[in-house]
Design a protein around this ligand. Structure first.
Ligand SMILES: Cc1ncc(COP(=O)(O)O)c(C=O)c1O
Length: 308
């Protein structure tokens, strides 16, 4: 992709054939190749939000945890577009020894190096994030401040996610990993009535179905909630082994928080005979590969095998 036309190209990712398993064909849409950091659904979610911000010469405030793909992607995309970015980060302890945090945390170091102004808040304050006095202070300082939610999902993000699919994607089933459900909603909105969209939830809890119903009235979708591996950013050795085997076999890296869990789930469902014979599945690689380095550091600390 030519970065000078970042966000204005109508970028379409190629679908890579993975194989035929038990008479089910699996393809992977390589959204991870869009950009090393503004990859996959981050690119799609930020596109219309940042084009709007650029029109208004706004500064961009957003929220995230210590390994957030969204934080790294927002910092990079704002840098590309010449916008000021501000990140409110969960975990005040990270801000106490900033030098150490930046030395140890690749995501925050990346965001910082791209010019993102980082503010660290306690977990309690983070829950109230959009209502914190700090937000008013920032609004006074940067009058044209645009606030993007954690994970980046809003109406403009869903509009961008609709562009993941195109008219030649004539698959029976479309799969994505799901956090806030924004990416899945975009896919549902772009799908035809004969296609079925499945979201593989990366988080524990049953809030997702209600959230998605707020954004779409279409019925052709479902959620798989059995493949979160204990919750957000939790992994086990079986998942790591699956990711490493998939990488070695297909030469495609997967992140352990989202795409690794989705593909594990898809293969599990295929093995269990969930999909009828001759089903053609398109799974979306939503990127997130920047998170591997941080997760590997944690795995190493625990003496566990890492992602290769
Ligand atoms: C790499 C990756 N894949 C999938 C998701 C889930 O997307 P959504 O929050 O739109 O459900 C995220 C989080 O935004 C992500 O970073």
């Amino acid at each position: 992709m030519r970065y000078h036309s970042f966000f204005t190209d109508n970028y379409q990712s190629k679908n890579q054939y993975i194989g035929n398993f038990k008479d089910v064909e699996l393809y992977l849409k390589r959204e991870d190749l869009i950009h090393p950091i503004v990859s996959g659904n981050k690119f799609r979610k930020l596109k219309y939000n940042l084009l709007e911000a650029k029109k208004n010469a706004a500064s961009v405030l957003t929220f995230g945890g210590a390994f957030s793909n969204h934080i790294a992607a927002t910092a990079e995309a704002c840098k590309i577009l010449g916008l000021k970015s501000i990140g409110l980060i969960r975990g005040e302890e990270l801000g106490e020894k900033l030098d150490q945090t930046l030395a140890n945390n690749p995501t925050l170091r990346y965001a910082h190096n791209k010019g993102m102004q980082l503010h660290f808040v306690s977990r309690t304050d983070y829950r109230l994030k959009e209502k914190l006095p700090l937000i008013n202070t920032l609004k006074e300082k940067y009058p044209a401040l645009v606030c993007l939610p954690e994970g980046g999902t809003n109406e403009l993000a869903i509009k961008g996610c609709k562009e993941i699919l195109n008219s030649t994607d004539d698959f029976d089933v479309i799969c994505t990993s799901a956090g806030t459900g924004g990416t899945l909603t975009g896919l549902i909105e772009a799908s035809t009535p004969s296609q079925h969209c499945i979201g593989f939830s990366a988080l524990k809890g049953d809030f997702l179905e209600k959230d998605i119903r707020r954004w779409t009235s279409k019925p052709n979708w479902s959620l798989e909630t059995q493949y979160h591996f204990g919750g957000y950013a939790k992994v086990n050795s079986e998942l790591i082994e699956f990711i490493n085997t998939f990488h070695a076999t297909h030469k495609i890296p997967l992140d352990p928080i989202y795409t690794g869990k989705m593909l594990y789930g898809i293969f599990d469902k295929i093995q269990a005979g969930h999909f009828p014979k001759n089903t053609r599945i398109l799974a979306i690689h939503t990127g997130g590969l920047q998170g591997i380095e941080g997760i590997n550091a944690l795995l190493k600390q625990k003496g566990l095998s890492t992602i290769s």
